[in-house]
Structures are given as C-alpha cells and as structure tokens.
Design a protein around this ligand. Structure first.
Ligand SMILES: *Cc1c(COP(=O)(O)O)cnc(C)c1O
Length: 397
C-alpha cells in the first residue's frame, strides 16, 4: 500500500502547511523595514503565545542553545544551583550547569516519575541561587507540576530564580508564567509551534534581567542583553534565520485564528487538542494490554513499555517500514525498553486514529500474542465521542 511519511516524534513535529508556504516565499533582508515589522510582530505574538508580560528573546539555535543561554547569562562560576532531574533532559541541565562551573545539587526522581515536594523543600536552602527543571520531561512523557514547584521556589527566597525548560511544555500544558513567577521559560520552534527546528525562544522576568547585570559566566553570541537591546529596535543582534521568522509568523496567525482572533485562546485550544490526542492514546494503549511508562503522563507525548521480550526498536522499525510513520525510541537507559508517540502541535483526529490503528498491525507483526483488531481504535473513538459531543471543532489550516 502507498505510505505517507508522518512524524509522531516529540520534535521535530509535523509542519503547518501555511508556515511552509510562508517560508518558501520569504526573502526580505534582515535590516529592512519589512523584516523589522515581521520581527516585532512575531515577538509580540510570542509573548501572547507564552502568556507573559515579560520580554521575549528568540535565538537562532535548537532548544539546547537557549538552555545554555539561560545558564551562561544567569549564573556565575561557583553559584549554588538545584537541578530537578527525572530523565535525559533533566540530565542535560546537569551537564550544562556543570560545564559553566556551577556548584550543582541534583534532586533526581526515577525515570517516569516526578518530584516529591517535601524533597524539593528540603533541598531548597536560601543559598540556592537558581532552580532548573523541565515542564515536561520528553524522554519519559512525564509532566512535572510547575505550579507547585514555583510556589516552593517563590516561598524560598525572593532571590531564587526558577528556570523552566518548557520546550515540549509550551502548547501542551497550561502554564501561568507570570502568575506563578517563572523567571525564564524556554520554548523551541520544532515543537508546538509546528515549524522546522532552528529557533528557540524564552521569556525573561525583571528579576532575571537584574541578575544578568551581576553574573560572570562567559557568553558572547548568546548574550541575551544584547538581543534585548537589538529587539527594542525591531532587530536581532546578528543575522536571524529570516525564513523561520516568516514561518513563525504564519504559525502564530494560525494559532490566533484557532482562538477566534485571540492568541491565548488559540494556545489553550492547542493544549486541549494535545490533551485529547494523549487521552485517546493512553486509553487505546491500555485496551491493547500495553503499559504506560510514566506515572504522570502529560499531553506532550505518551511513553509506552515495549511488550515483554520485545525490543522497542523492533516496534519503531515496523512503524517505519509498514507505514512510514516515525515514532521515537527511549533515550539513554530507556532505549529498547519504551517507545514514544507525540501529540505536540499539528495533530488531529485522523492522525491519532491512524497511528493507533497502525499500532494494532505493528503489534500483530512483532508479538506472538493475538491482537484484537479495532480494540485500540474503538477505545480512542469512545474517548473522542465523549469529549467532543456537543462541541464544534472546526479549526482549518
Ligand atoms: C526537544 C527538547 C529540548 C531541546 O532539544 P534540541 O534538540 O536542542 O532542540 C530540550 N528539552 C526538552 C524537554 C525537549 O523536548
């Protein structure tokens, strides 16, 4: 049968056609009035998308570049920092903060779990300058309770900064950035924004801008103060990825339209959309007798235990070869043990039903146990019918 290539990975995610068209036709020079207008509009729209009054900075990098920028701009060598780590992205915070010579304390939760508030409280002494965490840990599918964590950090000391990698959290989780007091929240272009990899963005609180005046870690290209100064004039400090800005503008327009003219309503729609895709998937997977990996699975992605005795790589390969569908393996020590299906961004009902229908065939081919065709699909349909009854869901790209 004919196969169409489709991504079900937690980044990059499927591209919005309107964004692809906008990119393909864009050629403005970055020091022109046309580009300044686009740049200024994109930054203002990103603020609304994030849901913050804080200044937003965009860098030409993958998400990790902005994670590094948050460390290089906001810490000094020897700073006591606390990393909350429950997967490979948490471990990335450890790697970056150590590379910049912070005095790193790590509170770990096992893969697939989240943190105990009591343990966070116990670790959070007043001399901790900065706390780093993920909103959703993409390696396990776990959503951390950022509201609860922010409450603890804000209660610790007015001076402790909270830096949240929400690269898969933004657009899949309701986050009250300013209300909860998140000092830096980080996103990436290849996740809920439905455009290719290459841009990262963050919103920075006043408290964090003040900290930057006193920190001494080395930085040059990723100097956020330089970018803020240039942005005030409608420009980037260096040559920006101009066509990606065009794509971003189109994606934010799409999200605004989905919210009937209101970007934050559009973001809420995107979160609800991911929630519904995720719930359909969780219920379907259980109907097939499979087990979820995470004890607090978020809407960004669903991580699933590979059936007993089956390397998850086989499942991933079968999806690829039979359906040209790309799903993700586990990372690090979870490689071969789990597989991950993403719901971030541009997924609809048919995508979700399609991947679950394909999962039934994949299991039938990879395992010895008979598969009851339709079990996963039916379970997902029942969720959809219940959640969407009485709601009109007409969001067209
Ligand atoms: C995708 C992702 C990143 C960034 O990875 P890059 O490959 O650098 O874009 C960081 N954190 C999380 C939680 C992610 O999902």
């Amino acid at each position: 049968m004919l196969r169409k290539n489709r991504l079900f990975t937690p980044g990059p995610t499927p591209l919005l056609p309107a964004a692809q068209a906008a990119m393909a036709s864009f050629s403005a020079h970055h020091r022109t009035a046309d580009f300044r207008a686009l740049f200024t509009r994109v930054l203002a729209d990103l603020k609304e998308f994030i849901g913050t009054q804080n200044d937003v900075i965009v860098t030409v990098s993958s998400g990790t570049g902005m994670m590094e920028a948050s460390v290089s701009n906001l810490t000094s060598p020897g700073d006591k920092v606390l990393v909350l780590s429950a997967g490979t992205f948490g471990e990335r915070w450890i790697g970056i903060t150590k590379a910049f010579k912070c005095n790193v304390d790590v509170l770990s939760a096992p893969y697939g779990r989240t943190f105990s508030f009591d343990e966070i409280r116990a670790r959070l002494t007043p001399d901790v300058r900065t706390v780093f965490v993920q909103a959703t840990e993409s390696s396990t599918g776990t959503r951390h309770d950022i509201e609860g964590i922010a409450k603890i950090v804000r209660g610790n000391s007015d001076d402790t900064l909270l830096i949240v990698d929400a690269i898969t959290g933004l657009g899949t989780t309701h986050l009250d950035v300013d209300g909860w007091g998140i000092d830096v929240i980080i996103g990436g272009s290849q996740k809920a924004l439905m455009i290719p990899p290459g841009l990262a963005y963050c919103a920075v609180s006043d408290r964090a801008w003040q900290r930057m005046e006193t920190t001494s870690s080395p930085r040059f290209y990723f100097d956020l103060r330089k970018e803020r100064k240039a942005a005030a004039k409608g420009e980037a400090a260096y040559t920006p990825a101009t066509s990606l800005y065009a794509a971003l503008g189109a994606a934010l327009d799409f999200i605004r339209r989905a919210g009937n003219g209101n970007l934050s309503d559009g973001r809420a729609m995107l979160v609800d959309n991911a929630e519904l895709c995720a719930e359909m998937t969780r219920v379907a997977v259980r109907a097939l007798g499979l087990k979820l990996f995470s004890a607090s699975s978020g809407a960004a992605l669903t991580a699933i235990h590979s059936p007993q005795g089956i390397d998850s790589g086989q499942i991933i390969k079968e999806f690829r070869e039979s359906f040209d569908a790309v799903i993700a393996n586990g990372q690090g020590e979870m490689k071969g043990r789990i597989f991950r299906i993403a719901h971030i961004g541009y997924y609809d009902y048919l995508d979700t039903i399609g991947i679950l229908g394909a999962l039934e065939h994949v299991l039938a081919r990879c395992t010895a146990t008979p598969v009851e065709y339709g079990a996963a699909v039916r379970a997902a349909q029942e969720v959809y019918a219940r959640v969407s009854s009485g709601k009109r869901q007409l969001i067209e790209a």
